[in-house]
Design a protein around this ligand. Structure first.
Ligand code: AVJ
Length: 314
């Protein structure tokens, strides 16, 4: 997919989702260059423990992970972030590997490729594309050798139940019996911990969320007044997820010139920008099994509440 196709998909989605009730914006658009940098900053916050936990689990168990993957030569990571997790994993083997990185964010891809550039046994190829498209075009090229597909950092959390089932089914369908899938998932934990992870005292999470409006202003000629919105994060127990909103602090009119859209926001009206689903270890395995996988191994960090699960097609 070319960058211009991605930009018009952004415009199309902004026009569509901002007119729904409640108004929404798909969370994938949080990740432009600035959004990806802000997310990397979130991962450094003391209140957002899952990135460090996942790094530690990967470091502790990487030899065991590779022992489940005899002959693996190809890695495919969906949403590599800054690349440090993959780097930690590949430091567990000296076998030559090729890593395909798939992301919609150009900035994230170049940062990840840079992080991985000094891993000597690794050749890196980047694909600027949505996860499914990128994965399927990579898997169409026969490698002959086993492939490990990685979906780390609880990226799965941004998908609702149907969306995650659909994504997992497409991943399962793209794998052969000698391939494997490694998935990280944030676990259900005390509400106060989740609240601080998604609405931190430094305001980085708020900046990360607000940036999507800045991006619409910059790329699509939007007129959002960023000072007239506040970040709101709430635990939705019924759906086992955190919901993120941008709440208008006053009545205001907004235009988005590139898509010829104009609308009014009421004081207190919210734009729903992200949901982050939380799993139980068994719930994740059930979800994998319902999507065409069987679980091979699972490692859990109980302090941070994070699970790493290795699976193959059933
Ligand atoms: C990248 C989807 C794993 O849900 O925790 C962090 C994104 N949003 N803080 C998450 C996010 C606000 C993050 N994921």
């Amino acid at each position: 997919m070319t960058p211009s196709t991605l930009i018009s998909a952004f415009a199309e989605d902004v026009r569509h989702y901002l007119q729904l009730s409640p108004r929404q914006l798909p969370s994938m658009y949080l990740y432009d260059a600035l959004g990806s940098a802000l997310f990397d900053a979130i991962c450094e916050l003391p209140w957002y423990a899952i990135t460090r936990a996942e790094m530690q689990v990967l470091e502790q168990h990487r030899a065991e992970i590779f022992s489940h993957l005899p002959g693996v030569t190809r890695l495919v990571e969906l949403g590599p972030g800054d690349g440090r997790k993959l780097k930690t994993l590949v430091e567990g083997t000296s076998d030559p590997l090729i890593a395909h990185l798939v992301d919609v964010s150009d900035g994230a891809l170049s940062r990840a490729a840079h992080t991985l550039s000094d891993a000597l046994n690794l050749r890196v190829v980047t694909h600027q594309a949505p996860f499914e498209d990128g994965l399927e075009s990579i898997m169409r090229e026969e490698s002959g050798d086993p492939t490990l597909v990685l979906f780390l950092g609880s990226n799965i959390g941004n998908f609702d139940l149907r969306g995650s089932a659909a994504l997992l089914q497409r991943i399962a369908a793209s794998l052969t019996p000698s391939d494997a899938f490694l998935i990280g998932a944030d676990l259900v934990k005390p509400e106060r911990d989740l609240q601080l992870a998604y609405d931190d005292p430094l305001g980085v999470s708020a900046a990360f969320n607000l940036n999507v409006l800045l991006r619409i202003n910059r790329e699509l000629g939007g007129t959002f007044d960023l000072t007239a919105f506040r970040h709101r994060a709430v635990w939705n127990a019924a759906c086992s997820r955190m919901d993120m909103y941008l709440v208008s602090t006053r009545q205001q009119r907004v235009r988005v010139d590139a898509v010829d859209l104009e609308f009014q926001l009421r004081e207190g009206e919210a734009i729903w920008t992200e949901s982050s689903y939380k799993y139980t270890p068994d719930g994740l395995i059930t979800q994998l099994e319902n999507s065409g996988f069987e679980s091979m191994a699972q490692w859990i960090d109980h302090d941070a509440g994070f699970a790493l699960t290795l699976a193959r097609t059933s």
